[in-house]
Design a protein around this ligand. Structure first.
Ligand code: FA5
Length: 348
């Protein structure tokens, strides 16, 4: 049996020299020392030996096993060292080489416009507020002098949420940012100067409408606020955002939550408002920006304030439309803004 063990060791020593990599080495070890390996096979025969002899052979078998293991260990170290040196060569990095610039993105043009508009109003003391984009019917309509079932509500083509009604009515995706008017009056003391820029939703889609768009809502409430203040703020915004030669005008209009109400126009940037006969951008030298007016007494009351003491103005315009009216920007279809086409977005 001793001879068998010697032979086993010699076989291993011979074969281990032919091994080419770590996997083969592992395989060879298994073949000799594994659970079903050659050594185990020999050990089974030991059971038939007498006690004394079994002890001697057992000790010898252990020696053989240890020497096989130590040779195995040497080879394993050799392979590990070889692998390490090829890996170091393969993964070598020249840390002195200049870095490669991975093109950075930038804000979407609508987000850029939101940032600019917020800054422009901040400079004249309008603080940014946020109102919910999913809100109670009460804040979106009822508190704005638009009672339930009033036909004027149809203009807002609203998405209603299929949820139980609460004390403040149904839940709606806000069709305009005017829900911030009463919400702000409820939480702030006059004088109030706020600007709320948020997402709005309407069941509309064509070249001038998208179902999700942004509005910015301005509200000023104080003692003695008049249309002159409104006109001054609108002119300031138009000149700062569009350019010093642009003018605004107020046209009479009707909103239930402002009285008087106006549609705000800005002089056309393409023809300067003068040679509009052939202008393809404007109607008679003017472009429509959005709505505005003096806050209706009922709305001031809904905000918990006394309309005999306080007055104010409000305006609400579309961010996308405002952006599209900037000189030098030609976006024929509002939907282009939301197509996620990098060729378009990268131009801003
Ligand atoms: C309103 O929403 C009023 N809340 C504005 C207001 C506020 C008036 C405060 C008085 C006082 P209107 O429905 O006209 O008004 O919308 C205002 C602007 O939102 C429009 O001029 C347009 O620029 C933009 N807008 C409306 N619907 C869409 C749409 N589907 N897609 C893109 N922009 C839109």
């Amino acid at each position: 049996m001793k001879n068998d063990l010697e032979e086993l060791k010699n076989d291993f020593l011979k074969l281990v020299k032919e091994v080419g990599d770590r996997a083969q080495l592992e395989e060879l070890k298994n073949e000799f020392l594994g659970r079903k390996g050659k050594m185990k096979g020999l050990m089974k025969d030991m059971a038939s030996l007498a006690n004394e002899e079994r002890k001697v052979i057992g000790a010898f078998a252990n020696e053989i096993k240890e020497s096989i293991e130590s040779v195995f260990g040497e080879h394993e170290e050799r392979f590990a060292a070889e692998e390490e040196s090829t890996r170091a060569e393969r993964e070598w990095v020249d840390i002195s080489e200049p870095g490669r610039f991975e093109g950075a993105g930038h804000l979407h043009p609508v987000s850029q416009a939101i940032g600019e508009i917020t800054d422009i109003f901040a400079r004249v003391g309008f603080t940014a507020v946020r109102a919910p984009e999913i809100d109670w019917d009460y804040y979106a309509f009822e508190s704005l002098n638009l009672p339930k079932d009033h036909p004027a509500r149809d203009d807002w083509e609203t998405f209603f949420v299929d949820a139980p009604e609460g004390k403040k009515g149904k839940i709606v995706l806000t069709p305009h940012t005017s829900n911030s008017q009463v919400r702000t009056m409820e939480t702030q003391e006059p004088p109030i100067r706020m600007i709320n820029i948020g997402r709005c939703y309407r069941r509309q889609i064509d070249i001038t409408h998208v179902p999700m768009f942004h509005q910015f809502e301005g509200l000023m409430i104080d003692k003695g606020v008049s249309v002159t203040h409104l006109k001054g703020v609108l002119d300031y915004f138009a000149k700062t955002y569009f350019g010093p030669d642009r003018r605004t005008r107020l046209r009479p209009h009707h909103f239930r939550f402002t009285e008087p109400s106006f549609e705000v126009d800005i002089s056309c940037g393409a023809c300067g408002g003068e040679e509009h006969e052939n202008c393809r951008v404007c109607k008679a030298g003017w472009l429509e920006l959005g709505g505005a007016g003096m806050v209706h007494p009922n709305v001031i009351k809904a905000g918990g304030l006394d309309p005999d003491v306080y007055s104010g103005f409000a305006f609400g315009w579309g961010v996308e439309r405002t952006l599209m009216m900037r000189s030098g920007i030609k976006i024929g279809d509002i939907r282009t803004l939301y197509k996620n086409d990098l060729r378009f977005v990268k131009q801003f």
